[in-house]
Design a protein around this ligand. Structure first.
Ligand SMILES: Nc1nc2c(ncn2[C@@H]2O[C@H](COP(=O)(O)OP(=O)(O)OP(=O)(O)O)[C@@H](O)[C@H]2O)c(=O)[nH]1
Ligand SMILES: [Mg+2]
Length: 351
């Protein structure tokens, strides 16, 4: 029988999973076409898409830079970014191209660039109605903070099905995609923990999950770790993730750290602590990886404790929210067929 450390171990779990579809998804080339008038900022934006803000290195990914005259070549791209100079308002040629692309069903984000040069942001309101049905963003290609706040979430939304490829090939999107992956998995694990009911505490393990729960939660966590590695540009072999992230994600360790702090509350609080542990254990692993990526260092003991504390606070809050929202389980009313009144047989006389 597998023991606790086997079940809680992300790396052992990864070994068992078929990871090829995820790796292929992440490596499938994703093509941007950035289209706009001369000098609008296309090259500046393209450089920002590829630059890793942490290492200041750049990825190589296929991106088309197209002027308005060759705009029809944008049709080959997975996403068309139509770039506008926000200080102008004569977008006749842009509107024509936009209409053609829209008719052909292309994925388009309209981006008002050079907002830093616009004296009054309301100016763009005058032309906004031209881009009906598309996602519209604004900001400055020269300012990565403005891109992160406004353009990035709209592009991630437009390419929601291809998030891994997006983040892997274009570092500008890594923070947003990593955040989504961590939140989605932590939430999925919390919902799963809710669905399996109030925990009995397995005494030897001191965690509020039974072995079947542990298997599912750890599997989701393992997939999250692998996807994060792909999104953050690690090689596709899971062994490489072990080498890079192994000590960041100490095996099974995090579940226990988190659970230890909450497990005593189960008899009093019912299901909430269990849901909170499922959320927080997953969230903490994700955060540890994100920290490693951003700083190049693994978290110190104190840093890790801060991550737990934060994860637990979130976990409790999310648990309370999803428990309040979940439909209350009603006891199924079992109607028994009316049975004929039993005839009482006289015990047979012993022979
Ligand atoms: N103030 C400001 N300047 C910008 C912004 N984006 C780009 N620029 C500047 O605009 C100039 C043109 O930028 P590019 O990125 O070369 O524009 P482009 O569309 O590639 O130009 P062409 O390839 O010549 O058509 C450069 O000097 C950029 O620094 C912005 O958001 N704000
Ligand atoms: Mg250029």
């Amino acid at each position: 029988m597998p023991n606790w450390t086997d079940l809680g171990n992300i790396w052992n779990t990864l070994k068992e999973l078929d990871l090829r579809p995820l790796a292929e998804e992440a490596e499938q080339p994703l093509v941007f076409a950035v289209v706009g008038a001369t000098g609008v900022g296309k090259s500046t934006l393209i450089a920002a898409l590829h630059r890793d803000p942490r290492t200041q290195t750049s990825t190589i990914a296929p991106t088309l830079e197209l002027t308005l005259d060759s705009g029809e070549r944008a049709q080959a791209a997975d996403l068309i970014v139509l770039m506008l100079d926000a200080t102008r308002d004569d977008f006749a040629r842009e509107a024509q191209l936009f209409a053609d692309w829209q008719r052909a069903g292309h994925n388009i984000v309209v981006f008002y660039n050079k907002m830093d040069l616009v004296p009054d942001a309301r100016l763009v309101n005058a032309t906004l109605a031209m881009w009906k049905g598309a996602r519209v963003a604004w900001g400055s290609a020269t300012d990565s903070t403005s891109l992160a706040q406004n353009l990035v979430p709209r592009v991630v939304d437009a390419l929601n099905e291809r998030k891994l490829a997006l983040a892997r090939q274009y570092p500008l999107f890594r923070a947003a995609v990593a955040r989504d992956l961590i939140n989605d998995t932590a939430f999925a694990n919390a919902s799963y923990a809710l669905s399996t009911g109030v925990a009995e505490i397995v005494p030897a393990l001191n965690i509020p999950f039974n072995l079947a729960d542990m298997f599912i939660l750890t599997k989701n966590q393992a997939l999250m770790v692998y996807k994060l590695g792909l999104a953050l540009g690690l090689p596709t072999e899971w062994q490489a993730h072990v080498a890079e992230l192994g000590s960041v994600v100490g095996a099974g360790f995090i579940w226990r750290q988190i659970a230890r702090q909450l497990v005593g509350l189960i008899p009093v609080w019912g299901i909430i602590p269990k849901v909170a542990v499922a959320y927080a254990g997953t969230y903490a692993v994700g955060e540890a990886i994100w920290h490693w990526y951003q700083t190049g260092h693994k978290l110190s003991g104190r840093g890790m404790r801060e991550v737990y504390t934060d994860a637990l606070a979130r976990g409790k809050q999310i648990a309370q929210e999803i428990v309040a929202r979940a439909p209350r389980p009603t006891r199924p009313r079992v109607r028994l067929p009316r049975l004929p009144f039993p005839t009482i047989l006289k015990p047979r006389a012993k022979k």
